[in-house]
Design a protein around this ligand. Sequence first.
Ligand code: 3HC
Ligand code: NAI
Length: 699
Amino acid sequence: MTTSVRYERQGQVGVITVDNPPVNALSQHVRQGLLDCLAQGLADDEARALVMVGAGRTFIAGADIREFGKPLADPDLNGVIEAYENATKPVVAAIHGTALGGGLEVALGCHYRVAVAAAKVGLPEVKLGILPGAGGTQRLPRVAGVEAAIDMITTGKFVPAGKALKLGIVDAIVDELVPGAVAFAEKLLAENAPLRRVRDMDEKVKAFDPARFEAMRKAVVKAARGQMSPVGCFDSVTASVTLPFEDGLKREREIFTGLIESDQSKALRHIFFAEREALKIPDVPSDTPTLPIRTAAIIGAGTMGGGIAMCFANAGIPVKLLEMTREALDRGLGIIGGNYANTVAKGRLTQEAMDKRMGLIEGVLDYDALSEADIIIEAVFEEMDIKKKVFAALDSVAKAGAILASNTSTLDVDEIAASTSRPEFVIGTHFFSPANVMPLLELVRGAKTSNQVIATSMKLARTIAKVPVLVGNCDGFVGNRMLEPYGQQAELMLLEGAMPAQVDGVMQRWGLAMGPFTMGDMAGLDVGWRIRKRRAATRRNDLFWPTVADQICEMGRFGQKTKAGYYLYEGGSRVPVTDPKIEQLIVEASKAAGIERREISDEEILKRCLYALINEGAKCLEEGMAIRASDVDVIYCFGYGFPAWRGGPMFQADLIGLDKVLADIKRFHAALDDRWKPAKLIETLVAEGRSFADYDRGR
Ligand code: 3HC
Ligand code: NAI
């Protein structure tokens, strides 16, 4: 008998408790324990009903993802669920925290379900590149209806207990978990309630018209953009309507088996663990004391400052927003108000919540107003002199122990810190645009940044719903540094024969949210232009530097915000339209550079863009600017629209084979220029027959 599941009796109700910290995942010993305790409960003559509950912070959060990819050990989860469904005494699942994936599937195998009001349920398997493989695609539609099941299963979204009650997923909300569930079970006994098996509940699936599937499937395929699991999830749910229950389960299993072995699922599992691994900093112990962050302040109410202020307000933290002039401040506050109003109009926020959030943001014009802030984040123009002046001013007003952070996207955090008397309290907090939407937060560690400031910033990032990754202090840090060679390859290929729409099309079809030129137009071409001007004095003279981007900026075309960049955005549209003028400019630029244009294959475009990221990512690793290869993947997937189902650039390198990647990099090095000098780390790993994953494990 395992200790991770235990049985005890409360009066006439037997209580089965799953106790497998931290999230009660369904590891082999839990599956076995569930069977053993069920047998015990059924054999216990004094027990007339059973309750299943999770110990600690949550009900069961799903299958044990660490067991994926290994041979499945008995008993299998479907068998466990079937045993509960076939039980001859009523079984009630008592849900708190989250009932996710296999956890919800186990609950759906029980005859009844109750939950505390704060609980959530969901089938998030799609986000791991699989589908609910223990009957979830067959049982959820039978309780919640086909449409709701498709929505939940193809998106993986969590549903709060109140909504789950309305949908029929849970039968009652209870105030206290175990007492409430036991009382519910006693009521079932008193009422002689039937053993209600979800497999037999056919009403909702029979009521659904299968003719609707075709149009619904098209929408799922479109939204999936190449990801297989949402489509697999959809197809499996349709079987709940078109096939008898047992055949539906078989269909679910077939699709599940195909998905779990796919590279996409491996990639998504990699990102799941990578995101959590990034929270661990080798030389900053997890018990490092943190500073309390109760109030915040932001300097600069522009694009980034406004978005960052929203992140704090959304988390309920009061924030002061400082600007140079009343006019700039009003403009910034107006944009924030407009953003919230849009969310309200879309029905995703109540007016009351908006008012509360706006009430937490206070515009100020005087540095003295910042003296009580626990963290102050500077988001002024990307000019070192201005940043230094701001930090000197902050040094004189900020209270002792306040964190002084810069949102710089490229500048030297140590140089900024040196303009204060307390560099140990200075850190880079590099948000991504739009800051209130993009999940990534690159935290830039200066030479003197204290462990306490790092630990506090990591924790704060989670509080404001960001995914933090700690990186080193170099030009562009990790994300933007890697973007540089990527963008350069894209630019060079324009001169060699490609057009923006071809390059963007290849990268988008491969899965990126946007190709390099569409992304440049969205972010603002002037940003890169300013950076290039700053770097011009120090860049290598022996390399050829393309000028198309500069020429476009010189025409006053900065992208979407000026309605023209690489593309045209007529009437304020965000849809890029090819501009023959730019195509002509590119052809002329090739001529001026003496380059004979040639056909560039889609394969070359993909390789040169992707391998430029990989090579620079490896350089970031060998210089210690990134802690792990998986951190680089988190940065790209959460900050740059790299598809999580591709796992990030470093995961891709391992998947392709580092030796093959190196061979191509060497080929480019010989045929193109010294930008392609292979990273030493890649050469070493290939020589040792190791991958980036091996590097992470052995580091
Ligand atoms: N299997 C194995 N480990 C898991 C796990 C799981 N299902 N879920 C979480 N963990 C681990 C995490 O890796 C982390 O480990 P670490 O401390 O060593 O880094 C630890 O548990 C705590 O997790 P979080 O930091 O994520 O804790 P939170 O409290 O922030 O979040 C949670 C809790 C909402 C449950 C979140 O962990 C989560 O979303 N987990 C995954 C849920 C999921 O996807 N379930 C479906 C699994 S697939 C399945 O069930 C297949 C079935 O259909 C057959
Ligand atoms: P922005 O030009 O939209 O906003 C800057 C704001 O700072 C302006 O409102 C300006 O009035 C104000 N400001 C300038 N000097 C000031 C001072 N001394 N005191 C108070 N306010 C002052 O610029 P944006 O895009 O918001 O960028 C801000 C910072 O964030 C820069 O360092 C930039 O590199 C960085 N960043 C920008 C990203 C982007 O996509 N725009 C992404 C990530 C970082």
